[in-house]
Design a protein around this ligand. Structure first.
Ligand code: KG4
Ligand code: ZN
Length: 335
């Protein structure tokens, strides 16, 4: 059994992260979030790239130090090739290429969305193949049929906004600071989810649409604030709880349909939005109701991190799936 030691780098959005994995066991996972975006209420791509440049060397250094691994012990360097912000990806990609070249070791390119799913193999219990994964992040909303570690098929996805975007944009409309999703989650926990009604998307098969709910929240707030200028302040928790309930309902309606059609009861969630407490709880409830075995990642492996990139790289290493020095980032990378 090969026990490769791999350094992995993640820089697709606004988190600079590095991790070390040995024989499939994560030894370190250092994540630096970028505070610079808070004042703008969202990620500013150019500022993200600059912050990645500042962070990358200290973060890699810290990942090696925490893992107690010398760079001479590394067997490969992995990085996120996409999807993500081009300038941000370029920093991780260029660093990984130079580092691998300097050490004379192979380079592994990882798909960020596949890695979110493979985060389930960092800790026990691990899902059994085939399983369905609802991958929900700031840029993606997908139902993926996972047949093997590196054999995945997207069977449904959003036709417009990602669900993370719907969380973030609603939070912004309510005047909550960036990053909006986790903030909305906190307020929702204190509110009544049945206080207000918003439409649940009605898309064919396993497709999603989140632009409709975003617009309905916008008009709802505009009309209510006209009647009462303090409407948002007075009802913030109830609004958050009601919007969150609608988003979760929309997601799980399609997941339930896919699980039934395919006869699969191994169900996982992944990506930043899988940190949402309402989604986690509702999925647990569904597990009981529909006899699903559900898999929910630990919080640290939901949002962007290099441990998941390292996990993907481990499986790719065993398969001999390496790339070369001509590789460049792909902001719209598919699988
Ligand atoms: O996977 P991720 O860290 O980055 C991308 O690949 O996009 O996901 C970030 C998204 C953001 O939209 C963020 O608001 C959302 O995940 N998010 C949450 C929560 N934590 C992160 N959304 C709802 N509730 C949360 N607790
Ligand atoms: Zn992500």
């Amino acid at each position: 059994m090969i026990e490769p030691t791999i350094l992995a780098i993640e820089s697709s959005c606004d988190d600079t992260s590095a991790a070390v994995i040995r024989g499939g066991k994560v030894l370190s996972n250092i994540v630096t979030t970028q505070a610079v975006h808070v004042q703008y209420g969202g990620v500013v791509p150019e500022l993200a790239s600059r912050a990645h440049q500042q962070n990358i060397i200290p973060v890699v250094h810290e990942a090696l130090r925490t893992a107690n691994v010398n760079k001479s012990e590394l067997n490969a360097v992995a990085f996120t090739r996409g999807p993500g912000l081009l300038g941000a990806l370029l920093v991780g990609c260029s660093f990984a290429k130079s580092f691998a070249m300097g050490l004379g070791i192979p380079l592994i390119e990882v798909n960020h969305m596949q890695a979110h799913i493979l985060a389930h193999f960092i800790e026990d219990p691990k899902p059994q193949f085939p399983f369905l994964c609802l991958t929900v992040s700031g840029g993606h909303t997908q139902i993926v049929l996972v047949k093997d570690h590196l054999d995945m098929e997207i069977i449904g996805q959003t036709t417009d906004d990602a669900v993370g975007e719907a969380f973030d944009k609603t939070a912004k409309m309510l005047g909550l600071p960036y990053p909006g999703g986790p903030m909305l989650d906190k307020k929702a926990a204190l509110g009544n989810p049945d206080a207000f009604q918003f439409p649940v998307g009605n898309m064919p098969e396993y497709s999603f649409s989140f632009s409709g709910i975003k617009t309905s929240v916008l008009y709802f707030l505009r009309d209510r604030v006209k009647e009462n200028p303090n409407f948002v302040e007075e009802n913030i928790n109830d609004i958050c709880a009601s919007v969150q309930k609608t988003l979760i309902k929309t997601l799980l309606k399609k997941l339930k349909l896919a699980a039934k059609d395919l006869g699969i009861n191994e169900i996982a969630i992944a990506g930043g939005v899988s940190a949402n407490s309402g989604l986690r709880q509702t999925l647990q409830d569904y597990a009981v109701k529909y006899k699903w075995n559900v898999y929910i990642p630990a919080f640290q492996y939901c949002t962007d991190n290099a441990a998941m990139i390292a996990m993907a790289a481990h499986f790719q290493y065993l398969k001999g799936d390496f790339t070369d020095q001509y590789v460049s980032p792909e902001p719209r990378l598919k699988f």
